[in-house]
Design a protein around this ligand. Sequence first.
Ligand code: ASP
Length: 398
Amino acid sequence: MKLFQKILIGFVLGAILGAIWGPGIVWVKPVGTIFLSLLKMLIVPLIFSTLVVGVASIADPKKLGRVAGKTIAYYLITTAFAIIIGLLLGNIIQPGAGMNLVLEGAAKEAAKAPSLIDIVVNLIPTNPVGAMAQGTVLQIIVFALFFGYAMTKAGEKGAAVLKFFEGFAETMYKLTGTVMGFAPYGVFALIAVTVGTHGLAVLIPFAKLIFAVYLGVIIHEVVVYSGMVSIIGKMSPIKFFKGFSEASLLAFTTCSSSATLPVSMRAAQDNLGVSPTISSFVQPLGATVNMDGTALYQGVCALFVAQAYGIHLGLGGQLTVLLTALLASIGTAGVPGAGLVMLTLVLTSVGLPLEGVALIAGIDRILDMARTSCNVTGDAACAVVVAKTEGELVEVKK
Ligand code: ASP
């Protein structure tokens, strides 16, 4: 049986058992936690080694600049599309209409918007080992870029270091494969706990919101990603989604772009034919800054909260949501629930009550599953597009 089929079976069995057993199912939680820890264990050494090798293989700083430019442009454009889809659906479906909530109590504290200067200054690690210890992905990426570049300048001695990192990266890939063998059990436990603790009844008042977010994510994937991979990447969307399905499903259950990263990189390279050079740059970067699903969700949720409290959000307000959701999604960490925290930022920007966050919190996990899956799929679509335009996409026959 293929791994994907096993994971799917784990998923379905977990959901059924969670629904039958209810909250008592939490005893399987440690299995899910162990699986998540195994995935997280891979992240830092995997990103660092593959990126160092990737930079060394690009070597030419012009090409590196070009790849970075294309990647960032792609990320910004697709995220803006996602928010527009979210806002459109929020206006059409009106998920919060009829909730007639009244404000009471003091407002919660909002998350602070990171200023652009702070973002840039914080890119440089004062201590690379510290950045690795804390898993600060952007700083690790920056150090790896410098390190890989310097290595190519260090002649024969640098070549020896490259050889070491090539072996290191290969070892990390093998380890990823080993950890994935455990995925069916991990996914089973994670989904059983989610379904068991949420139950199905809490979903009813939020059915429209859940529907809007799921529909938005599906539209975004089918229209934007299919369009990008087929028009620019010259790859059939079916092949794309099929080749990436294992990673999408894993993101859906773990609700973490970061934890899914090792698996999404493997899927892009082995199943979609993206060169390790492109994949090791585009995907770790995307897992931290490119969150289309999160941005879309923030667009829908802003309207949901406005409608639930009977507050009118005009065109100007919605444009502000577009801009802040774009920034907020860049600042969102690839961990479960981070998008909900950043939603406070979006709500504050247009003066919506932060009580809205508490309202959504109860069902956020359900929304997180869809948005995280979309987030990682977006990174893979970008990897395909950039690889194609750089002549780094090979045909995979499977
Ligand atoms: N859980 C999401 C992710 O890891 C972030 C979010 O909460 O929106 O991609």
